[in-house]
Ligand binder design. Structure first.
Ligand SMILES: [Zn+2]
Length: 512
């Protein structure tokens, strides 16, 4: 008899116990789940259980078998009721015989937990007021199960297999809810080469709902040692369409769009629109920096992967003002040609395979809300020595891309540019740092009666980099005219906390 089965009639627990009895065992543990008279504030009168029997029996049997090997249990069984149940009925029974009590308890607990989580069973509750509702139907939300059933109805002879995510749903961190999150997600993959191939394979396999593929290249024989998804007789064809066809063959539930284009400044925004996350699987810096700047402009996260010979790195750019971007890390915008791509530098096939797989993994974790690569770090993996490093990626205050983005992004309710103070002490207590914008001669002739930075108008733009983008500055000149202009200029450069002392030093003297 199968160790996991369904029963349409009331369970005879004494008989079930006799079935798993083992003379050699010192421990027996059982669990009974009963129909109770209420759920979430509703008075329940009876309930019904339904299951996709064929799928459920297979998965249930697998669970009992897992428990047996995991805990070294001699005999175990689980029986679940289906159909209509009355209050107080035993809905599910688990029994385990083991040499010792600890294994028996743990295996019993494992089986009931896993059955609740993994087996497609759901229940319909009937309430006192005549209403009813489906509850606990984690699996109802799963298109796979429905499609499978429907396939049986329409094609009774050869049912079309439906995608089955059970191996990942089995994970506590995924479950039916996580699967629904993946299904709702939309990811743009820029590059369908060495990195893009494993990325697309795993994202399609995982059931990510929508995938966009951007790649202008056609398949070449020299690609195949690392892009092993494709075939030699497909050389000359567009990679984006080849990849889209592969995605569809692997998982027809995924909505896939192919763009045989090179990402550029004109099409980048349009291509990224509608996607939650962008994956950089490109092999050139032009594309990487374009995506970086787009992330900062739109606040759309980009997960970057780069490979050079035996080494590669991963970095997540969240696109906000607080965390690092690619240009924070590589300020002197590395140009193409400075660092070789695969064509010039050479690469072993599995190297991009490893990084593409890591990128796919980080993507799934991001979509599922699991911990992973932080936005303030870079993962560097040397595949010769097999050593990994997580380097700090700092948000650089002088980063040009960040500053440009701050300039184009709407400021959150800008503060008044010009402020009036009775004395410099008042301004100090309001948290301002003074910036004297007068020239050196003026400054010496009429010194500020407080500590200040000196940033003369003539050097305003070149020296602004010494200021902190988040700093609160009060710019001061003799009459408040130059300082107002300077504060406006600094704000346009992203220094949103720049202010001008209205009336300048003259106003302070007048009020003193
Ligand atoms: Zn930056």
């Amino acid at each position: 008899m199968s160790p996991f089965r369904f029963s349409t009639s009331p369970l005879d627990t004494a008989a079930l116990q006799r079935d798993v009895r083992d003379e050699s065992c010192g421990g027996f543990a059982s669990f009974e789940g009963w129909v109770r008279n209420h759920n979430e504030g509703h008075a329940v009168t009876r309930l019904e259980y339904e299951a996709f029997a064929e799928l459920a029996e297979k998965e249930g049997a697998r669970i009992v078998e897992e428990a047996r090997t995991k805990y070294g249990v001699t005999r175990a069984a689980c029986v679940h009721r289906v159909g209509s149940l009355a209050l107080g009925d035993v809905a599910v029974w688990v029994g385990v015989s083991a040499a010792h009590r600890d294994e028996a308890f743990r295996a019993c607990r494992f089986i009931i937990d896993e059955v609740k989580h993994r087996v497609p069973i759901w229940k319909k509750e009937h309430y006192v007021n005549g209403d009813s509702g489906w509850v606990n139907c984690e699996r109802c939300a799963l298109p796979a199960a429905h499609t499978h059933e429907h396939a049986h109805e329409h094609h009774p002879v050869t049912p079309a297999p439906a995608p089955d995510y059970s191996r990942q749903i089995a994970l506590r961190e995924v479950g039916a809810e996580g699967q629904a999150r993946l299904r709702a997600a939309s990811v743009l993959v820029v590059g369908a080469g060495g990195l893009g191939v494993p990325v697309l394979q795993y994202l399609a396999g995982a059931g990510v709902g929508r995938l966009g593929i951007v790649d202008a290249d056609r398949l070449e024989p020299s690609n195949l040692h690392r892009q092993t998804w494709y075939a030699l007789n497909e050389c000359g064809q567009e990679k984006s369409s080849l990849a889209a066809a592969r995605v569809h063959a692997l998982n027809p539930e995924v909505r896939v769009e192919a763009h045989a284009l090179r990402l550029d400044a004109h099409n980048a925004e349009r291509l990224c629109a509608g996607h939650d996350l962008i994956l950089d699987c490109s092999d050139n810096f032009a594309t990487k920096f374009l995506l970086n700047d787009l992330a900062l402009r739109t606040g759309k996260p980009v997960l970057f992967a780069s490979v050079y010979q035996y080494e590669g790195q991963l970095q997540l750019v969240r696109g906000d003002d607080a965390t690092a971007c690619l240009r924070c890390v590589w300020p002197e915008a590395t140009r193409d040609g400075l660092v070789g791509n695969c064509a010039e530098a050479g690469v072993l096939g599995p190297v991009p395979g490893v990084f593409g797989s890591l990128q796919a993994l980080e993507t799934l974790k991001l979509l599922l809300g699991l911990p992973g690569l932080n936005p303030d770090e870079m993962l560097i993996f040397d595949l010769i020595t097999l050593s990994t490093q997580r380097l700090r990626a700092r948000r650089q205050p002088e980063c040009a891309a960040h500053r440009r983005a701050a300039r184009t992004a709407p400021l959150p309710a800008p503060e008044e540019l010009e402020l009036q103070f009775g004395s410099l002490t008042d301004a100090t207590s309001a948290g301002f740092v003074f910036v004297d914008v007068r020239d050196t001669r003026e400054r010496e002739a009429d010194p500020l009666p407080a500590e200040s930075l000196h940033l003369p108008m003539s050097k305003l733009l070149t020296d602004a980099a010494t200021l902190d983008l988040e700093g609160r500055y009060l710019l001061i000149c003799a009459t408040g005219k130059r300082s107002a202009a300077a504060a406006g200029l600094l704000r346009s450069q992203g220094f949103s906390g720049s202010h001008s002392l209205r009336g300048g030093l003259k106003s302070l003297k007048a009020s003193a």
